[in-house]
Design a protein around this ligand. Structure first.
Ligand SMILES: [Zn+2]
Length: 113
């Protein structure tokens, strides 16, 4: 149960969206060109190279990557977008809660006259 009085209208809007969040991943999807390693493939000497989609993210200061199958690219792209949105919403709620505290401080002062 969220105490909606304990936030601002802006915080409430962000919290409403967070509740509707879909599967997400905090990483980026990059398309890159690669040689497959097969010496008999045409990519070995001339080209074109193979297009590969990779999910990349940082973990303990190291960049990690994971192969994304072609048929899953649109889906993974949605996870990435949702991950970005969630990050923005988390920042938004944090900001709203700070503003909430500031507004309480102000109103207390004005009540005192
Ligand atoms: Zn190849």
């Amino acid at each position: 149960m969220i105490h909606l009085k304990m936030t601002t209208p802006r915080g409430k809007r962000a919290l409403d969206r967070i509740r509707k969040i879909q599967p997400f991943v905090q990483a980026s999807l990059t398309i890159t060109q690669k040689r497959c390693g097969n010496p008999r493939c045409r990519c070995f000497q001339e080209g074109p190279l193979h297009e590969v989609a990779l999910l990349t993210w940082k973990e303990e200061k190291r960049t990690r990557t994971l192969y994304v199958p072609r048929e899953l690219r649109p889906e993974v792209e949605r996870w990435v977008q949702e991950g970005k949105l969630l990050k923005r919403l988390v920042a938004e709620v944090s900001q709203a809660q700070r503003e909430f505290l500031v507004s309480k401080k102000k109103s207390r002062k004005s009540n005192r006259g």
